[in-house]
Design a protein around this ligand. Structure first.
Ligand code: VGL
Ligand code: ZN
Length: 198
């Protein structure tokens, strides 16, 4: 039975080297791969066998081209992560770990901003919380982009839902360094675990 899982939030090209490129993004991807290697060290088999014992779930910002969060539509962000574009794709180095049933899209409705992975759903219509429950995961590592927005909201929802959250602080990228530090501090005060991971 699984008790641990990893949730990777929005490690998508627009947040890495695209329209909303965040600080430390390339490094965060590398550190995430290092973390996965360290968690699964000594295990035989390919990525799919690794996923049987250590599930890895992906959250994906997935907007229509007229999403209300885009500045062209009165929102605060440049156009980003439009469904079907390169900018909305998961970094290629992580693709060996992607299992379609464990990908949760959010922000699909043009009228609604969704920062939390909890608001997304997979292709079967299941939510992140529901699938983590089905996997019997209780301790959830989280990494991704951006600390202040989608990572923070996802961690807070996981924590509220009763999961033990361990945020991997070296595997994060952010819009603003101070905003990142402030978000880490606030999350720690809320009872979310912040860990160095290696
Ligand atoms: C995000 C801004 C807009 C995020 C998503 O993933 O943190 N930030 N959409
Ligand atoms: Zn977005």
């Amino acid at each position: 039975m699984n008790s641990q899982a990893l949730v990777i939030v929005d490690m998508l090209y627009d947040f890495i080297d695209g329209s909303l490129a965040c600080a430390n993004a390339e490094n965060a991807v590398k550190e995430t791969l290092r973390f996965i290697d360290s968690k699964t060290a000594g295990q035989e088999g390919d990525a799919s066998e690794i996923l049987d014992t250590f599930p890895i779930l992906f959250v994906r910002d997935h907007h229509p081209s007229d999403h209300s969060s885009f500045s062209t539509n009165g929102g605060i962000w440049p156009e980003h992560c439009v469904a079907g574009t390169h900018g909305g794709e998961i970094h290629e180095d992580l693709l060996p770990y992607v299992n379609e049933e464990l990908v949760f899209d959010k922000g699909r409705d043009r009228a609604v901003e969704q920062y939390s992975g909890f608001e997304g759903s997979n292709s079967a219509g299941q939510s992140l919380g529901e699938v983590l429950g089905l996997l019997d995961a209780t301790e959830i590592y989280v990494c991704g982009i951006a600390t202040e927005y989608c990572v923070r909201n996802t961690c807070e929802d996981l924590h509220k839902a009763g999961f033990r959250v361990k945020l991997l602080k070296d595997c994060l990228a952010y819009v603003d360094r101070q905003g990142h530090e402030d978000a880490l501090k606030a999350m720690q005060e809320e009872g979310i675990g912040i860990c160095a991971c290696q």
